[in-house]
Ligand binder design. Structure first.
Ligand code: NAD
Length: 267
């Protein structure tokens, strides 16, 4: 990698693949599915506001199970390496993560430079009573949640507002829209416009904002690095068709520390 002079800015987009080696399943394999009664649901069916309106207990049970998986997982070498890059670049670094698992923050990523554009599974919100700020899900709710276990009546009460309204997970669902207040939409696009290098890791490219980031960056012909275990990803395709794109096929925990070392030397 050539030395890059001046005040270059780096944007990193991370997806579920960066946390796969921490033991958090992506939405792709069979582990992503969730059984309710005799029916098996794909995440794209359950991670929606309409599913929550129809069957809030089932959706909460799935989220409380996944919250437990995320809280028991530990950040891996890829999360830690990105923290080193942030500490080297400071405000010239922006991390846009699709992950709701909070592992970047637990590795040491700062709140200021990390945009959790799909929310955080440890938090809940009370949109229905007009409360904008997410609250931490009460610790009384166990993190040791067996797969398939349904939330009980006494537990669901921890998820209610004082007025009785049921809260919802603080995530962006597939049938919802990004905004700035909760999901840093405008800030993310501004960071993409100002970027001098984009690194995308562990994402298939099925969600809107990360795709917009990559497209804006690739139009400007700036360096664009994609790390993915699989060649079958929208971002791999985009990088392969871009003059300034580079594709590294393999595990995030192996590639990201190497890429970060090179960037730190170059910037
Ligand atoms: P995805 O499941 O659609 O794709 C994951 C990508 O990661 C795939 O392209 C896969 O090839 C790649 N991958 C898997 N293991 C890898 C590894 N070890 N190293 C490098 N790459 C690897 O996930 P997505 O694109 O992030 O988005 C889908 C949605 O799923 C998002 O909205 C996200 O919020 C949500 N999600 C989040 C989590 C989490 O927070 N950890 C987990 C599952 C899904």
């Amino acid at each position: 990698m050539q030395a890059m002079e001046g005040e270059q800015r780096v944007v990193v987009v991370s997806g579920a693949g960066i946390s796969a080696e921490s033991g958090i399943p992506t939405f792709r394999g069979v582990e992503g599915y969730w059984q309710v009664g005799s029916k098996n649901y794909h995440p794209h069916e359950l991670a929606t506001l309409s599913a929550f309106r129809r069957q809030p207990r089932e959706v909460w049970s799935w989220y409380l199970y996944r919250r437990g998986v995320c809280l028991r997982a530990e950040p891996n070498a890829a999360h830690h390496a990105l923290v080193r890059l942030e500490q080297h670049l400071n405000e010239r670094f922006t991390l846009v993560t699709q992950n709701v698992d909070g592992l970047h923050g637990r590795a040491g990523a700062s709140r200021e430079q990390t945009y959790e554009v799909h929310g955080n599974i440890r938090f809940m919100r009370f949109d229905d009573v007009g409360e904008l700020d997410p609250r931490l899900i009460p610790e009384e709710l166990s993190t040791d949640w067996a797969r398939g276990r349904q939330v009980h009546d006494d537990e669901i009460n921890y998820l209610r507002h004082a007025c009785g309204v049921l809260g919802r997970p603080h995530v962006l669902w597939f049938d919802e829209y990004y905004d700035e207040t909760r999901f840093r939409y405008d800030s993310t696009l501004r960071a993409a416009e100002a970027a001098d290098l984009l690194l995308v890791v562990g994402s298939s490219g099925t969600t809107n904002l990360p795709v917009q980031v990559a497209e804006r960056v690739s139009e400007r012909n700036i360096p664009f690095i994609v790390v993915n275990k699989d060649v079958d990803s929208y971002f791999v395709d985009l990088a392969q068709h871009s003059q300034t794109g580079a594709v590294l096929i393999g595990n995030a925990s192996e590639w990201i520390p190497v890429v970060v070392d090179q960037l730190i030397k170059a910037m």
